[in-house]
Design a protein around this ligand. Structure first.
Ligand code: SP5
Ligand code: ZN
Length: 343
């Protein structure tokens, strides 16, 4: 299995996120990737290849031009406003219900317009890091298109919470959606399976009105799990997309005995859809020791998960999403990928 990875991810190294009324150390850090790279090496995976450069066209198939321009210019504008001593741009106001969703000139107002949480700072290197992650996902997609039966995009920052013109949940560009759309544009019938602990709200939203691409997410019940405001079982798609979105929320604390039937349901739907290509949004933050998890999978469950996905026998692109238990995140990822390969 080819692995795509760029060291540029480390240009985005957040210090903080806002949680429980205070700034705490960021969970989503470059260390995550170092841990995964080490585990893949130990498990005998080939050395990662540098992503190719795909330019802006594939990003614009999923994201708005004004949003991309905002992401690119946000930090320079923040620095212009606040000077050099503020390395992390956070919003302090949001156009929530009753207010107008508009885009005033002030960077403070733009941050609140384009995000939905305060866990996702924009730093000086965020834009090049986000681009490198999208290029890793696209490179994985290209490997499939050139005939590989699988590929792994070790993307960071993650992507599945980002919608067409919305960032948040540590995500800026939706790497998974960008790669899936790219494969779709080449005539493939694509299914996206999101196994991250958190609902893939961005991915769902991007494809919600579409029936030509299937989106499935298995995640902690949003009644008690981030992102709270999307990811319920009654969200099935709309218009032409009616029936092409499947949410499988699981109660907090769920273990493999609950996870496994949900995964079976998801895989059966992929088959019924007639997908010829699978894109897996691979979050390993459903682990029992993950600091932001509400699910409780155990180490061996990741091997089971990989084997079940592999049994589909579809060309499969794995795109890294969440996973924050630094000591274990590498081994969990390697378990999924190795078992997928039948090793
Ligand atoms: C890509 C991805 O996995 N994004 C997840 C973003 C979740 N951010 C907020 C998590 C807050 C969890 N609070 C847990 C408190 C117990 N320490
Ligand atoms: Zn997550």
């Amino acid at each position: 299995m080819q692995v795509f990875h760029s060291p540029d991810h480390a240009l985005h190294a957040p210090l903080h996120e806002f949680e429980g009324g205070r700034l705490i150390p960021a969970y989503e850090t470059p260390k995550r990737i170092d841990a995964i790279l080490a585990a893949l090496r130990d498990a005998g995976f080939p050395a990662p290849a540098a992503p190719a450069h795909f330019g802006h066209e594939p990003l614009l198939r999923v994201h708005g031009a004004a949003f991309l321009d905002f992401l690119k210019t946000a930090f320079p504008r923040w620095r212009e406003r606040h000077g050099d001593g503020r390395p992390e741009a956070f919003p302090s106001q949001f156009p929530a219900r009753t207010l107008r969703a508009m885009q005033p000139d002030e960077i403070e107002a733009l941050l609140g317009y384009y995000t939905f949480d305060m866990a996702t700072p924009i730093l000086e290197g965020t834009w090049p890091a986000a681009i490198s992650a999208a290029n890793a996902a696209l490179s994985g997609a290209q490997a499939l298109h050139r005939g590989a039966s699988s590929a792994f995009a070790l993307a960071r920052p993650p992507g599945h919470h980002a919608a067409g013109d919305l960032y948040g949940g540590y995500c800026f560009l939706n790497n998974t959606a960008i790669a899936a759309q790219w494969l779709h544009d080449l005539g493939r019938r694509v299914a996206i399976l999101d196994v991250d602990c958190h609902h893939g709200n961005g991915t769902q939203t991007i494809f919600y009105g579409r029936g030509d691409l299937l989106t499935i997410s298995i995640h902690g019940d949003p009644r008690t799990t981030y992102p709270f405001y999307l990811g319920y079982a009654d969200e099935r798609g709309e218009g032409a997309g009616d029936g092409a979105n499947l949410n499988l929320p699981l109660p907090a604390g769920s273990m493999w005995d609950a996870y496994s039937p949900a995964l079976e349901t998801a895989l059966a739907r992929v088959r019924a859809f007639g997908a010829d290509t699978l894109v897996v949004a691979l979050g390993v933050d459903n682990y029992r020791h993950d600091p932001v998890s509400t699910l409780a999978l155990d180490d061996a469950d990741y091997s089971r998960m990989g084997a079940m996905i592999g049994a589909l026998k579809l060309p499969t692109l794995f795109v890294m999403e969440g996973g924050y238990a630094i000591p274990q995140v590498g081994a969990l990822t390697a378990r999924v990928l190795s078992s997928f390969l039948g090793r």
